[in-house]
Design a protein around this ligand. Structure first.
Ligand code: 3H9
Length: 704
């Protein structure tokens, strides 16, 4: 059966694309559309054609899966659809509801007219997949919307709402009420008019200021570091201005094809499907429906607790925040208010929306006020004894079936759950990332005993907060923090071996990280690790071990990082910009002398390998142990919680692009040279390397 249905409504032929879930242009769809246009043109009783989508939207674009697999031989493509529309003497009208994205919008722009439902959105999101539009979008959109607006849409990938689409001239009419009925009436009227009907390709392109292209390049330089696609989009729109239409289309196509083959695009496509896969929990079917969370509670109004309370309010869920005393809760509420006010000041939220959110947050100093909460998240001090006390107190006041979660970043939540045996099925972890109201990542830590319903509910609450919830198992540091050990450890070791912090950080920023590891260490505070090392040494000055020499010395000097204005770098008063410090180089040289190391020069490759390969190696262990459901989840954790560049696809995907055999060889080499635990080759890494596989192969095997 064709995914495109043909029906006649009076003098109008209606082609309905019915390819669930999102009407992507899978094989069969272009053929159906082309045949439909031919049939309409062959029917003397038809005066016009309407193209509409069944279900949730118009057309979501090309079927993204086919960028990694061959398109069936002889099967029609976008090109055929566009040719059929442009050759049609009878006007073709696109009727858009839900979404017209990518090739969906390109298809609509190849029609003679476009009408839209008020709630629909249109856009060219291809750049987010690492390539520019490839079916004429960069040539037609500037002709309809003007060069500047088209450039904004194509380079950002952000869709615009129906109203803006109408204002920009992308659509010809907005249909209130029944879209099909309105579109048929619109098409019938156009069909009754004398042709020929205007084609978008024939519109004269107007550009007053050629400076828009360079201005755009400048504007995106920071956020597009290391990427090709945003610049490719600009090149394509430039071609629309510089070349005639057909030559522009040809140029766009060549750039598009080149980009589709790039590592950047493969990585971004991987991320697209990873985000969709992350919603699925093997063994937990669709029949497990989330519970309703009508009221929530948060324990602790510190940085994390306050941010989590804001997340509930942002999701429209009333939340009670409890602190030990009036002073602490007042301070917490003042911070929340300040955070919202800053968003209002930036114009990203209205004052009314802020007031509505503040009204959802109730301050309290009484645990009893949590008695009616369906879900309670504790964000108190990160210490097992304190957490256990808090859960015992919650046990006394919470509803019997309330979901109780801990916002711990390292602690064993199974152990916490065991302290309240009657509630074990309702206890799990929610590891938010700082600042909790901003960062998209949420590790949902699945205890041994949590029920599927509560797990699914917590994921759903996270999505309601506009987070990306990733299921993690209970292990020290879960997915993200556990993998970091080697990353920071190796950066610190390399400082002792003669690489300056600035050199290491520059290489890692060039690799694509938002910040280098030593600048991050300064931000997080060097004293955290120092105190841990001291505790392990029974409170005494920790013994100088490989990797902690410099950081221990810095802490002894009171240089804890950004908060003290000095750490691995110097920070001017009120500035977050790290300035290299020769004093640190001197400490590093001292450390090298103590350790009997000969300072040496480092190549970029070694710096990248030593920071990144431990992540991959530990990630493989986490995966093999089942503490991550899939390698692609690990990738998402790093992209959304640790400033890893999406265009590299995450550390596990990137390792596959490098070649797991190469990674495995290097891991063994570093194990032999350095010997640290994070270099013990993961058996899974070894197996995949020997099989010539990737972590994506592992995910596929496991998905069955
Ligand atoms: C393009 O068009 C290139 C052109 O320039 C021309 C080239 C010549 N293909 O997101 P959801 C799947 S490039 C294949 O959860 P929502 C998705 O994987 C394309 N599959 O729904 C998921 O599968 P599963 C440009 C697709 O309601 C299911 O559909 N277009 C595609 O939250 C549901 O998806 C885009 O980049 C696709 N194009 O959001 C638009 N789209 O259930 C990409 C979705 O097995 N799509 N799937 O996990 C979206 O942005 C959202 O899906 C949309 C709906 C907003 C449409």
């Amino acid at each position: 059966m064709s995914p495109v249905e043909y029906a006649k409504h009076g003098t109008v032929a209606v082609l309905t694309v019915n390819n669930p879930p999102v009407n992507a242009m899978s094989p069969g769809v272009p053929k159906g559309v082309v045949r439909g246009v031919e049939r309409a043109n062959g029917d003397a009783g038809v005066a016009a054609v309407v193209l509409i989508g069944a279900g949730r939207g118009f057309i979501a674009g090309a079927d993204i899966r086919y960028f990694s697999r061959p398109w069936p031989e002889g099967e029609e493509t976008f090109k055929d659809i566009i040719a059929a529309f442009e050759a049609s003497p009878k006007p073709v009208v696109a009727a858009i509801h839900g979404h017209a994205l990518g090739g969906g919008l390109e298809t609509a722009m190849a029609c003679h007219y476009r009408v839209i439902a008020p709630a629909a959105r249109v856009g060219q999101p291809e750049v987010k997949l690492g390539f520019p539009p490839g079916a004429g979008g960069t040539q037609r959109l500037p002709r309809l919307a003007g060069v500047a607006a088209a450039l904004d849409m194509i380079v950002s990938g952000a869709p615009v709402k129906a109203r803006e689409a109408a204002d920009l001239g992308i659509v010809d009419a907005t249909i209130e009420g029944d879209l099909l009925e309105g579109a048929v009436a619109f098409a019938a009227a156009r069909g009754a008019e004398a042709g020929p009907h205007r084609r978008v390709r024939d519109i004269e392109i107007a550009l007053d200021d050629r400076g828009v292209f360079d201005a755009k390049r400048k504007e995106i330089a920071r956020r597009s570091r290391g990427m090709r696609a945003p610049y490719a989009c600009i090149e394509c729109v430039e071609a629309a201005v510089d070349l005639d239409f057909d030559a522009g289309v040809e140029r766009e196509r060549a750039i598009f094809e080149d980009c589709v083959e790039s590592g950047e695009s493969k990585a971004l496509r991987h991320v697209f499907f990873a985000e969709r896969a992350a919603r699925k929990i093997p063994g937990v079917g669709k029949e497990v429906e989330p519970r309703a969370i009508a009221k929530a509670g948060v324990l602790g109004a510190g940085t994390m607790g306050g941010g989590i309370a804001m997340n509930f309010a942002n999701a429209g869920i009333p939340v009670t925040v409890v602190e030990r005393n009036r002073e602490a809760i007042d301070r917490g509420m003042a911070t929340i208010e300040r955070n919202y006010a800053a968003t209002v000041a930036k114009g990203r939220m209205s004052r009314e929306a802020m007031d509505a959110r503040m009204a959802l947050i109730a301050p309290s100093t009484d645990y009893g006020d949590l008695a009616d909460a369906d879900m309670i998240i504790e964000a108190v001090f990160e210490e097992m004894a304190v957490k256990k006390e808090v859960f015992a107190a919650l046990d006394r006041v919470a509803k019997p079936d309330a979901i109780l979660t801990s916002n711990t970043s390292y602690l064993d939540i199974d152990e916490i759950a065991d302290t309240i045996p009657n509630r074990r099925g309702h206890v799990l972890g929610t590891h938010f990332f700082s600042p909790a109201n901003v960062m998209r990542l949420l590790e949902v830590v699945r205890t041994r005993t949590v029920s599927d319903v509560d797990l699914v509910t917590t994921m759903e609450v996270g999505r309601g907060m506009r987070k990306l919830p990733i299921v993690a198992g209970v292990c020290h540091g879960f997915i993200g923090n556990r993998m970091l050990e080697g990353y920071f450890g190796e950066a610190a070791l390399m400082v002792e071996e003669g690489a300056t912090p600035a050199r290491i950080d520059t290489v890692m920023v060039d690799y694509g990280m938002a910040m280098g590891p030593l600048a991050v260490a300064d931000l997080a505070g060097l004293d955290v690790g120092w105190r841990k090392r001291k505790d392990a040494a029974g409170g005494r000055n920790p013994p100088a071990e490989r990797g902690s020499h410099v950081s221990t010395r810095l802490c002894e000097m009171g240089r804890f990082g950004q908060k003290t204005g000095r750490g691995y770098y110097i920070y001017e008063e009120g500035s977050r910009r790290p300035t290299p410090d020769p004093e640190v180089d001197r400490l590093a040289a001292e450390a090298a002398a103590d350790l009997g190391l000969e300072p040496r020069a480092f190549g970029d490759d070694e710096i990248v390998e030593r920071c990144m390969y431990p992540l991959v190696n530990i990630g493989a262990d986490i995966l093999a142990e089942g503490h991550a459901l899939r390698a692609s989840d690990i990738d998402l954790v790093y992209i959304n919680g640790y400033g890893y560049p999406a265009w590299r696809g995450g550390p596990m995907h990137w390792a596959g692009a490098v070649g797991l055999d190469k990674v495995h060889d290097a891991v063994r080499r570093y194990r032999d040279a350095l010997g640290f635990g994070h270099w013990r080759p993961s058996p899974l890494l070894k197996r995949l390397a020997e099989e010539g596989g990737t972590f994506e192969d592992f995910d596929r095997e496991n998905a069955g």
